[in-house]
Design a protein around this ligand. Structure first.
Ligand SMILES: [Zn+2]
Ligand SMILES: [Zn+2]
Length: 251
C-alpha cells in the first residue's frame, strides 16, 4: 500500500515535470495549450456535442419523455423484466473527440480534465427530473488490484461531479467488485456478459432497499457491466435504476 503511494507520487511528479518541460497539447486538435487552458483547448471544448435526451441502454433509442421512459418495450430484450436499467444519460457519443478526452483522463491520469467533464455531465443530468429525484449515486467500482494500479477510479471522479451538481449522496462502499475481470475491449457482447457475471457484490443492502439509484461509469458499450451491477442492486432491493456515463458507443 505504502509503496504504491510512493509509486503514484513519483508518477505524478514525473507528469508535472514533463508538463513543465514540454507544454501540453490539446488531445483533440494537438495545438499547444494556452496558459489558461487545462487539458483541452477552449475551441475544441466549444465543439463538443451533447446528447439531447436519455436513452435505452439496450437498443440505444432516445426516451424523450416520461411516458416512453416507463412504457418502452425494448426490441432487444426477450423478456421485459430483463430491463434492469430504465434509462441512461450520457454527455455524447464515443466519437473521436470523446475517445481522446476519455483516454487522456483515464490512462494519462488527467484528473482535472475528468473533473471538468464530470461538472459538465452533472449539468446535463441536472436537467432531468427523473434523475434528480433519485436517492443515491453509486460509481461502478474497480477491483482493488486495478484501483491500486491506476491510482484512482475514473467512475468515482465522475460520480463526485454529478453528486455535487444534483445534490444527491454518493455511496462508494455499497457496491464492490470481487472479481478482477479482464479488459473488455476485444470481447463481443456475449463474452462481455460472461466476463462480468457475478463480478460485483452489494455490501450494505439495507442502504439501497427500495431506493432509486444512479449508477455511474465512464463509457457504456454493450451495457454488460452496468447491467450486471444493476442486476445485483435489484436483487438486493433497489427499486429503480438509472445510469449515467460520459459517452455511449453506438454501432
Ligand atoms: Zn483543441
Ligand atoms: Zn430499448
Amino acid at each position: 500500500m505504502f509503496t504504491n503511494k510512493i509509486k503514484h507520487f513519483l508518477i505524478e511528479l514525473k507528469d508535472d515535470i514533463l508538463d513543465f518541460v514540454y507544454p501540453q497539447s490539446c488531445p483533440i486538435c494537438q495545438k499547444p495549450l494556452g496558459r489558461e487552458e487545462t487539458d483541452i483547448c477552449e475551441d475544441c471544448w466549444k465543439t463538443l456535442a451533447f446528447l439531447p435526451a436519455p436513452f435505452c441502454p439496450y437498443c440505444k433509442s432516445f426516451l424523450e419523455d416520461n411516458h416512453t421512459l416507463v412504457e418502452h418495450l425494448c426490441p432487444y430484450l426477450s423478456k421485459p423484466e430483463d430491463r434492469k436499467i430504465l434509462a441512461v444519460k450520457s454527455l455524447g457519443t464515443f466519437d473521436d473527440h470523446y475517445k481522446k478526452l476519455i483516454h487522456r483522463f483515464k490512462y494519462d491520469r488527467k484528473i482535472p480534465l475528468g473533473k471538468r467533464l464530470a461538472q459538465c455531465l452533472g449539468k446535463v443530468v441536472a436537467q432531468d427530473e427523473d434523475f434528480t429525484n433519485c436517492d443515491l449515486i453509486i460509481p461502478v467500482p474497480l477491483h482493488r488490484a486495478r484501483h491500486r494500479e491506476r491510482g484512482f477510479n475514473q467512475s468515482e471522479v465522475l460520480a463526485e461531479g454529478v453528486s455535487q451538481a444534483i445534490d444527491l449522496p454518493l455511496a462508494k462502499q455499497i457496491l464492490k467488485r470481487k472479481k478482477n475481470t479482464r479488459d473488455q475491449t476485444y470481447l463481443n457482447a456475449q463474452q462481455r456478459t460472461e466476463n462480468v457475471r457475478d463480478a460485483f457484490v452489494v455490501t450494505q443492502p439495507e442502504k439501497i432497499n427500495n431506493k432509486a439509484v444512479i449508477l455511474i461509469d465512464d463509457v457504456i458499450t454493450t451495457g454488460a457491466t452496468l447491467n450486471e451491477c444493476a442486476r445485483m442492486l435489484e436483487e438486493t432491493g433497489a427499486k429503480i435504476i438509472f445510469a449515467v456515463t460520459l459517452a455511449v458507443v453506438v454501432e
